[in-house]
Design a protein around this ligand. Structure first.
Ligand code: HPA
Length: 245
């Protein structure tokens, strides 16, 4: 068991960490099925890490089909206590190219396997989720962003949608009224599952498009891809700047 190791769950554009020096890979079986990929153990910058690509090594698993329970369970089962989750998102109050370490979540997803709590367990467990992210880890990400001199917003509300389709303009207006700054498809139930297992979990969002109705015309995959390619280096620069946590 390796309690110092931090997990990085990579999203679109981050299916691999180029400068990760790999020590080993491990296929983990969980009571909830298979995680998205084998876990990769290695050294990344100053950190010993476990890396897991959320959408699979070949980016084949869509957001609504990610086995979030297996992913978080697998990381927990190898002794990880802290998880950094990375994902690309649409911007509601933030423009493409900016990074954000959100401090709140609104969950609009449905039908996902979203809890480890099962019927028959007594007493039924209700976790506190007032502050959904681990503040210590959020601050480490913010500090790393400052050290790396990347454009970073220190807080924001992440709205998690079901996908895989993008939202309507009216849905984004509603999310704006609700207080969401970002919209993404993978932020939940990942964060809540980590809390159920008592893990310290924080998220790093990369804004890759204006959310529906806020940019010029429809959102194109080409626009998302272009912004992802031009900004993913900032994400890597931030991650590699994380000091020991
Ligand atoms: N909506 C939801 N998820 C996303 C978006 C978006 O506009 N962009 C990247 N992931």
């Amino acid at each position: 068991m390796d309690t110092e190791r931090i997990a990085i769950v990579g999203g679109s554009g981050l299916t691999w960490l180029d400068t990760l020096s790999v020590e080993k890979q491990k296929v983990v079986v969980t009571p909830y099925g298979d995680p998205s990929a084998p876990l990769t153990f290695g050294q990344f910058g100053k950190l010993p890490v476990v890396f897991l690509p959320r959408h699979g090594a070949g980016h084949t698993i869509p957001p609504h089909e990610v086995n979030y329970r297996a992913n978080i369970w697998a990381l927990h089962s190898v002794g990880v206590k802290k998880i950094i989750s990375v994902a690309s998102v649409g911007g509601i109050t933030m423009e493409p190219g900016i990074l954000c370490v959100p401090d709140q979540i609104i969950d609009y997803t449905w039908g996902r396997e979203h809890t480890y709590v099962e019927s028959g367990q007594s007493p039924v467990k209700h976790v506190d989720f007032t502050e959904p992210y681990c503040e210590e880890l959020r601050q480490a990400l913010i500090q790393a962003g400052m050290n790396a001199s990347v454009r970073l917003k220190k807080d924001g509300c992440y709205g998690a949608t079901q996908g895989p389709r993008l939202e309507t303009a009216a849905e984004i207006q509603r999310m704006h009224r609700d207080g969401c700054d970002l919209v993404g498809m993978t932020g939940m139930p990942e964060a809540a599952l980590a809390r159920e297992l008592d893990l310290c979990f924080a998220h790093l969002s990369l804004v890759v498009n204006w959310a529906a109705g806020l940019g010029k015309g429809p959102i194109t995959m080409q626009e998302i891809q272009n912004n992802l390619e031009s900004s993913i280096e900032a994400v890597k620069k931030l991650l590699v700047s994380i000091e020991a946590i």
